[in-house]
Design a protein around this ligand. Structure first.
Ligand SMILES: Cc1cc2nc3c(=O)[nH]c(=O)nc-3n(C[C@H](O)[C@H](O)[C@H](O)COP(=O)(O)O)c2cc1C
Length: 193
């Protein structure tokens, strides 16, 4: 494997191995153990911007990074620019990078217009990234799927909008929301089932 240093905004990363954020998996103990195996960046589970806005204790607990090795990225989700801006301000005091979730396929998330559902509304994507960048004290990144379904593969168009809105890096999960976690991941059109 080819290892190289990375820079995301002003955050210097020792190598190009980053732990993918996973809800229900990348909690504090998991991050601390994983960090021992060498990734330059680990991230929290996704955290609800509404939960932070309404001062929910359980939500805030997901952001406990005390005594962890830095840098750490914290991921927030939501579809209201104001709430996302609030969450960005809060999270950027605790983490080194604020990551915006535009990939979660879970019905309970997309039914609220959050996660991968955002990829059907690119002007909202732009508003959210701008609001988060304006309110964050640290670099902002976005993690998205390649689109909602095979008729809406928007990764390139969305990436250009996101970059222009001020994000410093983008990760693409190469599946559509419709593909969930099935089939091979990739940026092309997936024909095989
Ligand atoms: C259990 C599980 C939880 C996940 N939770 C998140 C999440 O909270 N935020 C996110 O951006 N991606 C999440 N993902 C997506 C992964 O970060 C990753 O992009 C995806 O699994 C693609 O990689 P793979 O093809 O190696 O599985 C999750 C994936 C799994 C399997």
């Amino acid at each position: 494997m080819y290892l190289k240093k990375l820079k995301i905004g002003n955050v210097e990363l020792e190598n190009n191995i980053l732990l993918a954020p996973m809800a229900g998996v990348t909690d504090k103990p998991f991050r601390m153990i994983t960090k021992e195996y060498g990734p330059s960046l680990v991230g929290t589970e996704m955290v609800s911007s509404k939960g932070l806005y309404y001062n929910d204790d359980k939500t805030k607990l997901l952001l406990d990074t005390e005594n962890e090795k830095r840098p750490i990225s914290a991921q927030i989700f939501g579809s209201d620019p104001e709430t996302m801006g609030y969450a960005a301000k809060y999270v950027s005091k605790l983490a080194d990078i604020v990551d915006i979730n535009m990939g979660c396929p879970a019905p309970k998330v997309v039914k609220n217009g959050d996660g991968s559902k955002l990829l059907l509304n690119l002007s909202l994507v732009e508003e959210i990234v701008k609001a988060v960048v304006e309110n964050s004290e640290v670099p902002v990144t976005v993690k998205m799927r390649k689109g909602w379904d095979n008729n809406n593969i928007v990764a390139v168009e969305a990436a250009k909008i996101i970059e222009k809105a001020g994000a410093e890096a983008i990760t693409i999960h190469g599946r559509t929301r419709e593909e969930y976690y099935l089939r091979k991941s990739g940026l092309g059109y997936n024909k095989e089932s």
